[in-house]
Design a protein around this ligand. Structure first.
Ligand SMILES: [Zn+2]
Length: 161
């Protein structure tokens, strides 16, 4: 098992889009809209790398490992995280995690989602996955294709840095 794929993150409330992208890549990313850098974060049992835009965190004495995010652009933020940690495409597990609640999603029987997804989706797709926590259902759709293109661009060595 590759250790980089096991990296866990905790993101500040201002980094919602970045969190979503890290989840799309398969990384365990806790994102609490109520989190305050002042109070510190309940990191749970896992060791998480804090993603912050708070100057006080950068300048203060924080014992925890963190990355100070410099860009306003979510794609550039994602690239900063990837570059800082040396994460490669093989470290990622795209579309393996619920974007809404960070839970690993699991394949489910096609019949079990009938009536819970739009009819035309059910008729045209054969692969469905579901989140055991929030029950959101995932299938390979246009959104996934667009996300896939962005991921390819992220790890393209010919892209300008
Ligand atoms: Zn979920």
């Amino acid at each position: 098992m590759n250790s980089k794929s096991e990296i866990c993150f905790a993101a500040e409330p201002t980094l919602g889009k970045l969190s979503k992208w890290l989840r799309i890549l398969g990384f365990d990313t806790s994102y609490e809209p109520g989190f305050s850098a002042k109070k510190g974060m309940d990191l749970g049992r896992k060791k998480r790398i804090l993603l912050t835009r708070t100057e006080r965190v950068r300048n203060g004495k924080v014992s925890q490992e963190f990355i100070f995010i410099t860009s306003n652009n979510p794609f550039e933020q994602l690239r900063q995280v990837i570059d800082t940690l040396g994460i490669g495409y093989t470290d990622t597990r795209p579309f393996s995690r619920c974007i809404r609640c960070n839970t690993r999603i699991r394949p489910v029987d096609k019949d079990s989602v009938q009536g819970n997804v739009p009819d035309f989706i059910w008729q045209t797709c054969d692969i469905f996955q579901t989140c055991g926590r929030c029950r959101r259902i995932y299938w390979p759709g246009s959104h996934t294709q667009r996300s896939h293109d962005i991921i390819m661009r992220l790890f393209d060595p010919n892209e300008k840095r």
